[in-house]
Design a protein around this ligand. Sequence first.
Ligand code: ASP
Length: 441
Amino acid sequence: MKKLALHSKILIGMLFGVLLGFLMLQFSWGKPFVQDWIEPIGAIFVRMLKLIAVPLIIASLVKGISDLKDISKFKSMGLKTILLYITTTVFAISIGLTAVNVFKPGEGISTETVVHLKKTYASNDQIKARIEEANKQKETKPLQFVVDMVPENAFKAMSNNKLMLQVIFFTIFLGISLLLVPEKQAKPLKIFFDSLNAVVLKMVDLIMLMAPIAVLSLLATVIVTTNDINILLALLRYAAVVVFGLLLIVGVYLILISVYTKKSPIWFLKQIAPAQLLAFSTSSSAATLPVTMERVEEHLGVDKEVSSFVLPVGATINMDGTSLYQAVASVFIMQVLWPEGLVFSNQLVIVLTALMASIGSAAVPGAGMVMLVIVLDAIGFPKELLPIGLALIFAVDRPLDMLRTTINVTGDATVSMLIAKSEGKLGEPHVQNWDDDYPKK
Ligand code: ASP
C-alpha cells in the first residue's frame, strides 16, 4: 500500500479533531472530557517541539556559520534577511490597511452587538491580562529591545524560550569565534555540533510521528473552548477582511517563489504543508520552528548556512500575518468605537507601530493581541474604550491567530528560499525519514 504523505495524515487528524470537538459539544460532559483526557496529548506534543527548539537553533546555527568560509558572506546574508523581513512586513501592513479601509467591516456592527460584546468580554480575565502585559512592555526605553538581545548569562538565555534572540546572539558570536580559531582547535567543537544537529533533527522526525494524533487533540480542544457561534457570525465581515488580506500575502509569496527561484508554487506548498498545518494547529511559530527548519532544509533544499539563521530570526521578528491583523484590527476597532480617530496620520502611525509590534510580538498564541494594545495606544485611542475594543475582536481571535501564524511561518520559509537563491545556496531536497540510517535486520 502506498504510504500516505505526512501532510495528508495531519489533515485527516485535523478533520477528526474538528468532528470530535463538535460531537463532544453535544454532551454536557463533552467539554470537560476533552479538556481532561484529550487536551494533554496536544500539550505534550507542543512541549516536545519547544523542548528541542533551543538545542536545534544552537546546533544548526553553529554548523551553518562554521561551514561558511568567510564571515563577510554572513554579513551580507544578515543584511539582506533583515531588509527582506522589514519589506514584507510593511507590505503586509499596507495590504491590511487598504483592505480594511475599502471594505469597512466596522460599518456592519450594530450597537446591540457592541453592547453584547462589551457585556460578555469587557471584563474577561484574558483581555485584562493582555492589557497588563502590554502596559509592562510600554514602560521600556526605546532602545531597550536592542539591549535585551544581549544576554548576561548564556545558560539563562537557553533556559527560556522567550529569549530566542539572546540565544541567537550568543550562538552567532560562538560560531564566528569558532571560525577565527585554528582549525585544529575548532574541530572537536565542530564535530560535536554536527553530531548534535543530526541527532536533534532525528528527534524532530520522531516527534512528528505523533503529529496526526496531536493535531486531533489540539483542534478538538479549540472547538470545545470556542466562543458563542452567533458572535462569530457578527464578526464575520471583519474576519473575512483579515482572511482576504492573508490570502493576498500568500499569493505574493507564491509569485516571488515562482519568479525568483523558478520553483513551482504548488511544489513549495506541498513541501512546507506539515509546518503550515502545525502552525495552524498550535498557533505558535516558535513551537513550529523545528518542523519549519526540517522542511525547509530537507524538503525545499535550502542550505543550512541560510536556513539556520533566517528561520529562527524569522520566527521571532518576521510576522507578516500578525502585522496585517494588527492593521486590520486597529482600524476596525476605530471604525466601530472611535471614528474621529480615522485620519491619515494615524494610519501612518499604524504602519510604523505595527512594524515594531510584530517584531516585538512573541511567537506564541495570542501575542499579536498584546501588541495590538500598543498600536492602539500609539494612535491615542481612548484608554477607557480599550477593553471594549479588545472585546470586539476577542471572539474571533483564536481562529484568526491560527491563520496568521500559518502565514507567519510561510513568510519565513519564503524568505529563506529567496535568500538561499540569491546566495547560490538553493540545492536539491535531501529528505531524511525517521527510520533512515538504521541498520535493517
Ligand atoms: N501566534 C502568532 C505566532 O506565533 C503570533 C500572534 O499573532 O499572536 O506567530
